[in-house]
Write a protein that binds this ligand. Structure first.
Ligand code: MRU
Length: 421
């Protein structure tokens, strides 16, 4: 189960481990101050499950920028709610424009963000300011509901492909990269939706999950696969080529942050290398994404902006402390994280990652530590995404069906592009 204490609201389907398709990563809660947006803080996962409550535009923008929420569809939905939260404070024209601009500046690559903001702006601009707060909330909820429904349909279309790929007499072996699961969307995921559908259909499968340095989103994938009982194995990113070459993978499934009009795909850095290795080994390579990820205004992958993130994501590495370091071994707090707690006596928080409590130093401790693996002045390149040319993609899986990664293929599914960015 993702959470036990999650409250359901009109927005949310009931949460149940028995019915994983109904789980939502983003939901709303109401108290006397009004309605708030809730999600899981993904900077804490997989070490601790923490609810993040967003009540202001500032909090929504911060959550997207720092990747407390992440994944293309989820940041789009969060941005939509960010506009709704802003409208509760000030629903004037200037405030609307400022909120949209502020949220648009948080992350550049996933087009779902710009798409959701454009949709909110189009819906709210013609309204009288007095009507905007309620209308904004309803529109954000509609975007969230549509995302969940589209991901479910991606799962159904992908299941047809997976059925055809399932080998007789042995389990189906899939590989994925980053996290394109329920955590990256409102529910179900994109690349993981067909996997969950296949599991529900009784297909015996196993998923190779690449770690996805430097932010390790693969660990989020492993976490959510474990929640749902899907057999999986985590591998270091550089091991993927060997597994593909050895024939230990039947298909690769990944998500997307932006699909250009010609079918080129921007996705988490490392995706391109997997596509190359899959092509060399003649293994199918599928990209799953909803309409909100397709950018018909972007001619090809070369026109997609690639986010360059802080070099400290490469220089530092995080995890949980085993808490067995000898006393006095409390080195630095170079990154401003929890390094100071690594020498806490085992009894206080050893081997209980995520079990928040007071450590021996009297500080709140979640068991997480950050270690430096490169000096602060080490030159680092940290592009967060790469481009996989359409030629390396076997097919796209969208909520409307499966199509070739090409202008013609996309055009076949989306003759009316008014519902895409
Ligand atoms: O930097 P992130 O974690 O937001 O990047 C996420 C990805 O690259 C995902 O693969 C993509 O958004 C698809 S999510 C359904």
């Amino acid at each position: 189960m993702i959470r036990k204490d999650r409250k359901d609201s009109a927005l949310n389907a009931p949460h149940s481990a028995e019915a994983p398709y109904t789980q939502r990563t983003l939901w709303t809660e109401t108290d006397r101050d009004g309605e708030h947006v809730c999600t899981l803080d993904q900077t804490m996962l997989p070490h601790a499950v923490r609810t993040l409550r967003l009540s202001t535009l500032d909090e929504a923008a911060h959550a997207i920028r720092t990747m407390q929420v992440r994944g293309a569809p989820l940041i789009g939905v969060t941005a939509a709610y960010g506009v709704a939260l802003a409208m509760r404070q000030d629903a004037g024209d200037a405030a609307l424009e400022a909120a949209v601009a502020r949220l648009a500046a948080t992350r550049p690559t996933a087009v779902n963000l710009a798409w959701a903001l454009a949709r909110m702006r189009k819906r709210l601009t013609p309204l009288h300011p007095a009507q905007r707060a309620d209308a904004a909330w309803r529109e954000a909820a509609a975007i969230a509901d549509e995302d969940a429904a589209q991901c479910r349909r991606i799962g159904a279309h992908g299941l047809t492909l997976l059925r055809a790929l399932t080998p007789a007499g042995r389990r189906l072996n899939l590989m994925t990269h980053c996290n394109a699961g329920a955590l990256a969307t409102v529910a179900h995921g994109t690349a993981l939706a067909p996997i969950y559908a296949a599991q529900a259909a009784g297909i015996d499968l196993h998923v190779w999950v690449s770690e996805t340095r430097p932010r390790n989103q693969g660990l989020l994938t492993a976490w959510e696969l474990k929640q749902r009982g899907v057999p999986h194995t985590v591998l270091a990113d550089n091991a993927a080529g060997l597994l593909l070459a050895q024939g230990r993978v039947d298909a690769v499934l990944v998500g997307a942050d932006r699909i250009a009009a010609n079918g080129d795909v921007a996705n988490k850095v490392g995706t391109y290398l997997k596509a190359l290795a899959a092509r060399a080994a003649a293994i199918p390579f599928y990209v799953a994404a909803p309409a909100s990820t397709i950018d018909f205004g972007c001619p090809d992958g070369g026109a997609i902006p690639i986010e360059e993130r802080d070099g400290d994501e490469v220089r530092l590495i995080g995890g949980t402390a085993e808490c067995d370091a000898p006393a006095g071994n409390r080195d630095s707090d170079a990154a401003g994280h929890n390094n100071a707690h690594v020498d806490a006596p085992a009894a206080t928080h050893a081997n209980r990652p995520g079990d928040m409590g007071e450590c021996a130093h009297g500080k709140a401790c979640d068991g997480r530590v950050t270690a430096r693996i490169l000096p602060a002045d080490a030159a680092v390149a940290n592009p967060a995404f790469d481009i996989t040319p359409a030629a390396y993609i076997t097919a796209l899986i969208t909520e409307r069906g499966v199509c070739p990664a090409s202008a013609a293929g996309l055009g076949g599914l989306y003759r009316d592009t008014s519902d895409t960015p």
